[in-house]
Ligand binder design. Structure first.
Ligand code: HEC
Ligand code: HEC
Ligand code: HEC
Length: 277
């Protein structure tokens, strides 16, 4: 009897966690062919610009239908129809997502210049936009438009090799915690040594932002004035043995420099990696 119970425990013990332990969400990924319409495979973000064009054209069609401007209605109607058809030319796997019946209704309504029928057809077609967006928009943006940190190398000091992001980040994290531990234990000298190292590493990290950013603001928003002030406060706190000042300043620096950059860059990059692997 006991043996049998053990058997079931073992069976379910092994079998259940895979299905029942963590809550899961199912997310469909876009067909790989959409990658042809994004950098770096394409020179331009063709897919995204087609989408912006569709939204603009829908607006023009609706507004010119309402104002009764037949020529301009025809002009923007033709543009819309062409771009809408282009979706399936670019990603053939998505042909079934399109509403060709609605498109024909729109074409007829535009030809007749009937504002009510134009509005009704746009509404019908709009459902095909929303339905595809609900399924694929987030994952597509995540996969094809999230900056890739996998190839970024951060230069070290003279004689030091360039290092990849995970390695640089682990050292930053160790330094921040070393400072915190030293400050808590009133080992201020040790804290100051680690702080000097942290400052040096953050300067090196800042020079690597230029691998992608051509303008200064993104780097200075994260590693500029606010962060420098917080780190200066930290140095003062350590020198004066003021644990409160040191703790508060370290917390601020961690928000300005680490948490904000992680909100912008780390979370999406992490998600992208999960979606691709
Ligand atoms: C078969 C799928 C599909 C259909 C149909 C589709 N889209 Fe999109 N659309 C996408 C995907 C995928 C993205 C995400 C692209 C990205 O962020 O890089 C997107 C993004 C967009 C965006 C930019 C994101 C935003 O909200 O600012 C706009 C605007 C847009 N679509 C408009 C439209 C309109 C208007 C229609 C219908 C006339 C339409 N789309 C139909 C797949 C589709
Ligand atoms: C792999 C490429 C890449 C690297 C490396 C990179 N970024 Fe970005 N970052 C982008 C892209 C793309 C955007 C979105 C468009 C833009 O703002 O250029 C962005 C946006 C931002 C933004 C939001 C926009 C703004 O100006 O406020 C901030 C802040 C930022 N990055 C900070 C940084 C910092 C700090 C570093 C270096 C420590 C860095 N980035 C390194 C690609 C990168
Ligand atoms: C570009 C802006 C940026 C700044 C500034 C930044 N990080 Fe990161 N951090 C990242 C990115 C991107 C990753 C993901 C790297 C990867 O997974 O390859 C990351 C990952 C990490 C990780 C996980 C490393 C691992 O084991 O994979 C730690 C820990 C970390 N950061 C700590 C910090 C600390 C502490 C600071 C501030 C002193 C900081 N980071 C500042 C962008 C940044």
């Amino acid at each position: 009897m006991k043996k049998k119970l053990l058997f079931w425990i073992l069976l379910f013990g092994f079998a259940l966690p895979a299905v029942g332990s963590a809550e899961e969400r199912w997310l469909p990924l876009p067909p790989a062919s959409i990658g042809e319409w994004y950098k770096p495979k394409n020179e331009r973000q063709v897919w995204l610009h087609t989408m912006f064009a569709l939204r603009r054209e829908m607006q023009a069609v609706a507004e010119y239908a309402a104002s009764g401007d037949r020529d301009l209605l025809q002009k923007w109607g033709a543009r819309f129809v062409a771009h809408y058809r282009k979706i399936a030319e670019m990603v053939p796997e998505w042909r079934d997502e399109l509403d060709y019946e609605g498109l024909q209704q729109l074409q007829d309504a535009v030809d007749q210049g009937d504002p009510e029928r134009v509005a009704a057809a746009l509404k019908t077609i709009g459902r095909s936009c929303s339905s595809c967006h609900r399924e694929f928009r987030a994952t597509t943006a995540m996969i094809y438009r999230t900056p890739d940190f996998g190839k970024i190398r951060v230069q070290g000091g003279s004689g030091e090799p360039a290092r990849d992001y995970p390695e640089v980040m682990q050292e930053l994290s160790a330094l921040v915690n070393r400072i915190k531990i030293a400050s808590d234990d009133a080992r201020h000298e040790a804290g100051l040594v680690a702080l000097a190292q942290l400052n040096r590493r953050l300067d090196q990290l800042a020079s690597s932002c230029g691998e992608c950013h051509r303008d200064a603001p993104p780097e200075s928003r994260i590693l500029g004035e606010l962060t420098r002030e917080a780190l200066a406060g930290l140095e003062q706190g350590l020198k004066q043995g003021d644990q409160k000042l040191a703790g508060r300043s370290l917390g601020s620096a961690a928000v300005y420099a680490c948490a904000r950059c992680h909100a912008i860059h780390r979370a999406p990059y992490d998600m992208r990696e999960r979606l691709l692997r």
